[in-house]
Design a protein around this ligand. Structure first.
Ligand code: NAP
Length: 305
């Protein structure tokens, strides 16, 4: 089992002196402005955890809240204010936005964030830089995956890697990061034929599709490294009972809460994989560590300090 919490702590420990040094040079800490629209409970949990982690790391982190009824224009005004403020080096607008804002709202908001403050790495300019392998700000989840692979001495150069999922925030940047480290990549999606067979040829499988326990034993070559990006809230008792044995910690957690966070990888994969990230405690903590790292990188790049 690869330990995402330990790797995230290591990254945070490395960041601490760099954040102090920046603060001393610039006369202010790196600043992160987070915007949360509406009352999605999962988003509220993520945002609280990002604010706490940023504060613990010595960053200034402030939250702007907007009601679920806010208009897209109101949100764009907040983003504009953060773009112009010198106190903020990074801006993060928590997804998802309320459906009432419209299908295109997220794209418009990501486009509105100044590329030099785009600590999520979603802006087209930063994505372009990533394609050309000269990015400063790269999407946090896939860059966290690279950190755990590299710090666990999993060879990437020359490896066959299968990325399941082609979203702009995980699958595509993940594939590019692996490609730049000289892996041979196959990107799979909902129309891919023979997915289990393709996946079973890989030395590294990254599952980022958002389907609980989708990647079963037959997807994994014995000894392969499997990275589980999925975060799926499962309330279906029958599914939990199929996945986790009676008396196990995971079953007990389900009994207590009535729901369970399950990754995209089936627990049985632990029997065949050479290395596997757990859910929770795998990629999730790394995503937040990379957000802190990106905020410091943005602060340095913006100020030249
Ligand atoms: P997304 O935008 O919904 O994209 C899912 C991708 O998976 C799509 O490309 C889709 O294919 C593909 N897919 C869906 N069903 C499939 C199937 N049956 N077979 C093959 N491919 C399939 O999701 P996302 O935002 O990338 O997130 C993926 C997962 O990662 C989610 O569980 C999310 O919660 C989690 N996540 C975790 C973190 C973290 O910090 N750990 C961060 C971000 C996301 P099509 O393109 O063909 O539709």
């Amino acid at each position: 089992m690869l330990d995402g919490v330990a790797v995230a702590n290591q990254i945070r420990a490395e960041l601490a002196p760099a954040v102090s040094a920046f603060t001393a040079r610039a006369g202010r800490p790196p600043g992160l402005g987070i915007v949360l629209v509406g009352d999605n409970p999962a988003s509220a949990v993520y945002v609280r955890s990002k604010l706490k982690s940023a504060g613990d790391a010595g960053l200034r982190a402030d939250l702007e809240r907007l009601p679920a009824t806010a208009s897209l224009d109101e949100l764009l005004t907040v983003v504009d204010h953060l773009n112009r403020s010198d106190a903020y080096d990074g801006i993060l607008v928590q997804s998802p936005l309320p459906a009432a804002m419209g299908d295109d709202a997220e794209r418009q908001v990501f486009d509105a964030v100044s590329p030099d403050k785009d600590v999520d790495g979603f802006h087209a300019v930063n994505v372009g830089h990533l394609v050309q392998n000269r990015a400063t700000l790269v999407a946090c989840t896939p860059s966290g995956v690279i950190e755990i692979l590299e710090r666990s001495q999993i060879p990437i150069a020359g490896a066959r890697a299968v990325v399941i999922g082609r979203s702009d925030i995980v699958g595509k940047p993940m594939a590019l990061l692996l490609l730049h480290r000289h892996a041979t990549i196959t990107i799979c999606h909902s129309r891919t034929k023979n997915l289990p067979q393709l996946s079973a040829e890989a030395d590294i499988v990254v599952a980022a599709l958002g389907r609980p326990a989708f990647v079963t034993r037959e997807f994994v070559k014995p000894g392969a490294t499997v990275i589980d990006v999925g975060i799926n809230e499962v309330t279906d008792r029958a599914m939990v009972e199929r996945l986790f044995s009676a008396g196990s910690k995971r079953r007990e957690a389900f009994e207590r809460r009535g729901s369970l966070v399950v990754g995209d990888v089936h627990p049985e994969v632990a029997d065949v994989a050479g290395a596997l990230t757990p859910v929770p405690g795998g990629v999730g903590p790394l995503t937040i560590a990379m957000l802190l790292k990106n905020t410091l990188a943005a602060a340095r790049a913006r100020t030249g300090m």
